[in-house]
Design a protein around this ligand. Structure first.
Ligand code: MRU
Length: 356
């Protein structure tokens, strides 16, 4: 079941009356199955249940979901269309709270509609589809640039630890943390990636291990609890993870367990890097304490994949993300280069330069 790189994680099929085709990530690594999404309710379900997941990918999914959501208003007048569009955006915005890319993508679509005050419905629909497809294509380009910006960090013989899945499955194509691995691999370097399995939903072992194997990169799965021992044994030279939201001061929200890995890396004097596109920065959030953290159903811990892994009535606490403070992060690898040291001024300088 090998498939070509880059993965086609999420694509728009057809014109304004088209649909979305995406990999159903809940079925991996057992089966590579695609699903077609034809209504906004199905898109919301796909985001909530993590058929599509990863911050940039859910931004793309939300944008394309909005285009699908307004298909039912194709015969309405412009005012009713705008009303439907606003409702659809609010509905999609309620799907998952932490990854800022989702809100960023919906805001981009809102700005498109606001910028065309006199437009008729066909023109609005075309403009929305162009924007959604543009968000996807820009993400693919940003991820390639992140790979190039970070590739030199991985030298031949290195051990790289990553957590969760910040790969092609989490973005339009190559990923963020894994784009760095792909770029180093393409530059001819041989190295090993350790994929932390990432309890409770195992994005590391199910998705990262699967996609790196597809890409011909040497990958070893470890349980989350093994990271410290690996570091002590000298097997980890650097850590690279993705991000769901980066606050103005550089605090990073990412998959639960990232913070523990960052603390371990600091204790072992191992550099800890985050790789993320500019769409993951949220300068309106001053620091990590203000980032909304999604809490998921206790059954993801008790019986995430069927059989009980805790007593059926065990109390469980299931935050999906944690915050790694900026001072534990050596650098943030972006499409414009590596931000280091990680601080508000350096972040603002990089993002403002980019938008200039
Ligand atoms: O709950 P998930 O699987 O959507 O969480 C994903 C992560 O935490 C990723 O590391 C993050 O979105 C970065 S993806 C490039």
């Amino acid at each position: 079941m090998k498939c070509d790189r880059p993965l086609k994680t999420i694509e728009w099929i057809g014109g304004v009356d088209g649909c979305v085709r995406m990999i159903d990530q809940t079925r991996l690594p057992g089966e590579l199955v695609h699903v077609e999404i034809r209504d906004v309710e199905a898109m919301c379900e796909a985001i909530k249940t993590m058929r599509v997941r990863g911050a940039p990918a859910i931004g793309i999914a939300a944008a394309m979901g909005a285009v699908i959501g307004v298909q039912t208003a194709r015969d309405s007048d412009a005012a009713a269309f705008r009303e439907r569009f606003a409702d659809v955006c609010d509905y999609l915005a309620a799907s998952r709270p932490t990854a800022v890319n989702l809100f960023w993508a919906l805001d981009r679509l809102r700005r498109v509609v606001d910028s065309l005050p006199g437009a008729d419905v066909p023109a609005l629909r075309r403009a929305l589809l162009d924007e959604a497809k543009g968000i996807r294509d820009e993400d693919a380009a940003m991820c390639r640039a992140i790979g190039q910006a970070g590739a030199a960090l991985i030298t031949t013989g290195a051990g790289v630890l990553t957590h969760c899945n910040a790969g092609g499955l989490a973005t339009a194509e190559y990923g963020t943390a894994l784009a760095v691995c792909y770029a180093a691999h393409d530059a001819g370097r041989e190295f090993r990636v350790y994929a932390g399995e990432t309890r409770p939903l195992l994005q590391g072992s199910r998705l990262t291990a699967w996609e790196l194997d597809q890409g011909g990169i040497d990958v070893t799965v470890i349980c989350d609890s093994m990271a410290g021992v690996l570091m002590k044994q000298g097997k980890v030279d650097l850590v690279i993870t993705g991000a769901d939201r980066i606050a103005a001061n550089g605090d990073v929200a990412n998959k639960i367990g990232t913070y523990s890995v960052a603390v371990l890396a600091r204790a072992h004097r191992i550099p800890f890097y985050v790789a993320a596109p500019s769409s993951t920065f949220d300068l309106s959030t001053p620091d990590g304490s203000c980032i909304p953290i999604e809490e998921r159903a206790p059954d993801e811990i008790r019986r995430g994949f069927g059989p009980l892994t805790a007593p059926v009535d065990a109390k469980c606490y299931c935050p999906a993300f944690d915050v790694t403070p900026a001072d534990l992060i050596r650098g943030i690898i972006t499409e414009n280069g590596i931000i280091t040291p990680v601080c508000a001024d350096a972040i603002a300088a990089m993002l403002i330069d980019d938008s200039a």
